[in-house]
Design a protein around this ligand. Structure first.
Ligand SMILES: [Zn+2]
Length: 127
């Protein structure tokens, strides 16, 4: 198998090092009880998902970037396609952002870890 793809790991809840093990324990971001529970180590390659205490504070900046990027894109879609409904932009953006919060929370954590972990091709992984 080729080198694990970081984008794939971020989008599909996989370990950024091997691309095999799950990052969060649940697949769904909308499992209200467990959506924020992470595995401590990768079940496949043993990568440490919490390299140091407070590691994920930096993920705040990533999720902030996601929110901003999403709002800009959403706004551009509105301006270009639904200009006559622009009043609804502010009304709709808030519930949409609330709904997206768990998704962005999880994506931000995976992105943050992926920035610091180098992917390793699966044939090089020991045991
Ligand atoms: Zn792994």
């Amino acid at each position: 198998m080729a080198k694990p793809n970081k984008i794939y790991s971020v989008l599909f809840n996989k370990c950024p090092r091997c691309g095999q093990g799950d990052f969060f324990i649940t697949k769904s971001a909308y499992n209200l009880r467990n959506f924020d529970k992470m595995n401590r180590y990768c079940s496949h390659c043993g990568a440490d998902f919490v390299p140091e205490p407070g590691f994920y504070q930096g993920a705040l900046y990533i999720s902030y970037a996601f929110y901003v990027a999403f709002m800009v894109i959403f706004f551009l879609i509105f301006v270009n396609l639904f200009r006559e409904y622009l009043d609804y932009f502010l009304v709709s953006i808030i519930p949409i952002l609330v709904i997206l919060t768990p998704l962005f929370y999880r994506m931000a954590r995976r992105t943050w870890l992926a920035l610091f972990i180098k992917p390793i091709p699966s044939e090089e992984q020991s045991s």
